[in-house]
Design a protein around this ligand. Structure first.
Ligand SMILES: [Zn+2]
Ligand SMILES: [Zn+2]
Ligand SMILES: [Zn+2]
Ligand SMILES: [Zn+2]
Ligand SMILES: [Zn+2]
Ligand SMILES: [Zn+2]
Length: 231
C-alpha cells in the first residue's frame, strides 16, 4: 500500500486492496486519509495528479507511533499535529472511526467510554475468559448498556467481524443500539454484512444449467431432496 507502506497488514482493519493508476492502496488507508486528498469522500476515480500531490504532501510527515515517514492519517482534534499509519493505530492506541466521515484520533485525544463502573476484582473478559484491566482503557472495554459485560478491545473487534452489523450485540444484556453506537465511536469496525457463521452452502442457488429443469424424474432434484432429508 502506497500510503502505509505495508503489504501484509491486517485485512480486517485496513481493508481490501484497491488499485488506482497502477498503485496499490488499502481501502481504509484511503478512507482515513481523505484529509490529504482534500476530499470529504474518496471515490475510486480520483485523478492521478491529485494522488501524486497528496502523497508528496506527506513525504516528510512522521508517524508518531513508528517514527517512519509517510503518515497519512491525522488526529481530528483541532490543534493536534499527530499523524500515523493505519496499521500503527492499535499499537499507538489511536481510534479510527469506521463510519460517516472516518475520523481518527491520537492516543491523547481518542474518545473514551463514559462509565463510572469498574470491574470487580478478578473480572474476566466475557469473550476470551482472560482477565481484563482494572478500569476502562484502550484495551479494556465495557458494555455501555449493562456496564457488566467486560471485554478486551481485540475480542470485541473479532466478535464484530464475525457477527456483522446485523448480529452484533452485547453478549450479556443483548443491547443493540447503545452498544453498537458506542463501539463504533470507540473505533470498533462492524462490517455491514451477514455473519460469517451462517452456513452459506444452504443458500447456494441451483446451478444455471438446472434452473429451467422441470423433468419429474430429474436425478438432480431427487438428489437434492435426499440431501435435504438427511440434513
Ligand atoms: Zn495501507
Ligand atoms: Zn507508523
Ligand atoms: Zn491528537
Ligand atoms: Zn478477551
Ligand atoms: Zn450489556
Ligand atoms: Zn434436471
Amino acid at each position: 500500500c502506497i500510503l502505509c507502506g505495508q503489504g501484509n497488514a491486517d485485512k480486517d482493519m485496513n481493508g481490501h486492496k484497491v488499485i488506482l493508476h497502477g498503485m496499490n492502496f488499502h481501502a481504509y488507508c484511503m478512507k482515513f486519509s481523505a484529509g490529504i486528498f482534500q476530499q470529504e469522500n474518496i471515490s475510486e476515480d480520483i485523478f492521478l495528479p491529485d494522488i501524486i500531490l497528496a502523497i508528496r504532501k506527506i513525504e516528510n510527515t512522521h508517524c508518531f507511533v513508528c517514527g517512519k515517514r509517510g503518515a497519512s492519517i491525522s488526529c481530528a482534534q483541532a490543534g493536534c499535529d499527530r499523524s500515523f499509519h493505519l496499521p500503527c493505530a492499535s499499537e499507538g492506541e489511536c481510534v479510527t472511526q469506521y463510519f460517516d466521515t472516518f475520523r481518527s484520533f491520537c492516543r491523547e485525544h481518542r474518545p473514551q467510554q463514559e462509565v463510572k463502573a469498574v470491574p470487580a476484582p478478578d473480572t474476566t473478559c466475557i469473550m476470551c475468559m482472560d482477565p481484563v484491566g482494572d478500569c476502562v482503557s484502550y484495551g479494556t472495554m465495557v458494555c455501555p448498556a449493562c456496564e457488566h459485560a467486560w471485554f478486551h478491545r481485540a475480542c470485541v473487534q473479532e466478535q464484530a467481524m464475525n457477527a456483522g452489523i446485523l448480529y452484533f450485540d452485547c453478549p450479556l444484556c443483548r443491547d443493540i443500539c447503545f452498544f453498537v453506537g458506542v463501539m463504533r465511536k470507540m473505533g470498533i469496525r462492524i462490517p455491514p454484512r451477514f455473519p460469517t457463521w451462517e452456513n452459506e452452502d444452504k443458500f447456494e442457488p441451483e446451478p444455471r444449467s438446472h434452473s429451467r429443469c422441470d423433468a419429474s424424474e430429474c436425478r438432480y432434484r431427487y438428489g437434492r431432496e435426499e440431501a435435504a432429508r438427511s440434513g
